[in-house]
Design a protein. Structure first.
Ligand code: GCU
Length: 387
């Protein structure tokens, strides 16, 4: 019934499984020369895939010298009746004689007894909505980033804002980190220069540079969370930065977890029309030409292996293609297997609101629409604890 309603106002977008075109996915374990790769060949195959994603989808990050500095601008100890310490850090990027900065918020739970001395798993959220300021983050409960709940579960909770790193808007290249670094390098962007999704992930990586200096942070258990456009960025950030041990891609859809070749819901044509600045310029040439893409999104999941990946969908979020999001995860299984890890391989999706975890991968499809809810956070934290 829901599908029928969607179809009625679909505007030409496909919401029927029966209308998914036939497609063949590019292989993970066959290199560009057509040879089957072994575990020993994986680093080379992985580099090949990274280059393809850089060249054709997310773009290449600039090769320009920069320095990063951190200023603690606010600190409040013992918030929430002594449950946590809060800190606001200014992340300062220095290049070409000038500076670009954005905010990092960090909340560290105060634990007792044995737990007090141990470094904690840390969850950094790439927030693509209204990013709270320091006072508001402490004072007001927020379902999108439930920072108190995250701390109560024993995690360090950190967050940065997409928009502060690079404006989430057309024609504002000069105002973000991409414009800043382009200016510093003196080079003009090319069709394979990075898009905003990649720059947001880079901004998270600089925040991780800071988190790694904190004794409270367990360096081997840094997780990154992103919703929707943030979920697309989370998978690519984890591909680019191996310090991200766990990637959580929530309702990420086209250009995220969903397979592009399915053309279900949002398509390459549509996304590169509405949000061209998210990707490198070259991605646009695959609009209505998905079969020609040298990669598909299951290979993006494979790039995170053998690290952990958690993917979610929502039953009414057909725009993001729930089935295509699930398929990416199971189609990435050969990479996990090659690297000696277990992952989800069941072809049928789990029932709504029932989490599935196998080894390094996890998945759930929540009842309802597009969104990142406390339920989603709870499920994800279960997954992190299982890692
Ligand atoms: C739009 C866009 C999606 C994206 C979403 C979001 O709907 O088409 O690709 O995931 O915004 O970020 O909320």
């Amino acid at each position: 019934e829901f599908v029928e309603k969607k179809m009625a106002k679909s505007g030409g977008f496909n919401y029927r499984e029966a209308d998914v075109p036939e497609y063949q996915l590019p292989e993970i374990l066959k290199n560009e020369a057509g040879e089957v790769v072994t575990a020993g060949d994986w680093p080379a195959r992985r580099s090949e895939l990274m280059e393809l994603f850089r060249e054709h989808v997310y773009g290449r990050r600039p090769d320009v010298p920069y320095e990063v500095r951190f200023d603690v601008v606010h600190e409040q100890k013992g918030i929430w009746d002594g449950a946590a310490n809060a800190r606001e850090v200014k992340v300062r990027i220095l290049a070409g004689g000038s500076e670009y900065s954005y905010t990092l918020l960090v909340f560290v739970p105060i634990l007792e007894g044995d737990k007090a001395a141990k470094p904690l798993p840390t969850i950094i959220h790439l927030n693509n909505r209204d990013f709270p300021d320091f006072e508001k983050a402490i004072a007001e409960p927020d379902d999108f980033w439930p920072v108190r709940m995250i701390c109560e579960q024993g995690f360090v909770a950190a967050a940065v804002s997409t928009k502060q790193i690079d404006p989430d808007a057309k024609n504002r290249f000069d105002d973000g980190i991409r414009g800043f670094l382009a200016k510093a390098s003196g080079q003009k962007p090319t069709p394979s220069s990075w898009g905003a999704l990649s720059s947001w992930g880079w901004g998270v990586s600089r925040a991780i540079d800071y988190l790694l200096t904190m004794p409270e942070v367990d360096k081997t258990r840094i997780a990154m969370v992103g919703h929707s456009r943030g979920g697309k960025a989370a998978l690519w950030a984890a591909a680019e930065d191996p310090r991200i041990a766990i990637a959580y891609s929530n309702n990420s859809g086209c250009g995220g977890a969903a397979l592009s070749r399915r053309q279900f819901g949002e398509t390459v044509d549509r996304i590169t029309t509405s949000f061209p600045y998210w990707f490198c310029g070259r991605f646009r040439q695959y609009a209505n030409q998905e079969a020609k893409l040298p990669v598909d999104q299951h290979q993006l999941v494979a790039l995170v292996a053998p690290r952990a990946v958690y993917i979610t969908s929502a039953t009414e979020d057909l725009w993001a293609d729930p089935h295509g999001e699930y398929l990416s995860l199971i189609e990435a299984a050969p990479a996990f297997e090659l690297l000696g890890e277990e992952s989800i391989v069941q072809p049928t999706m789990p029932a709504a609101d029932k989490q599935r975890i196998v080894g390094k991968t996890g998945y759930h499809i929540r009842t309802g629409g597009h969104g990142l809810t406390p339920f989603d956070w709870q499920q994800f934290m279960q997954f992190v604890k299982a890692q």
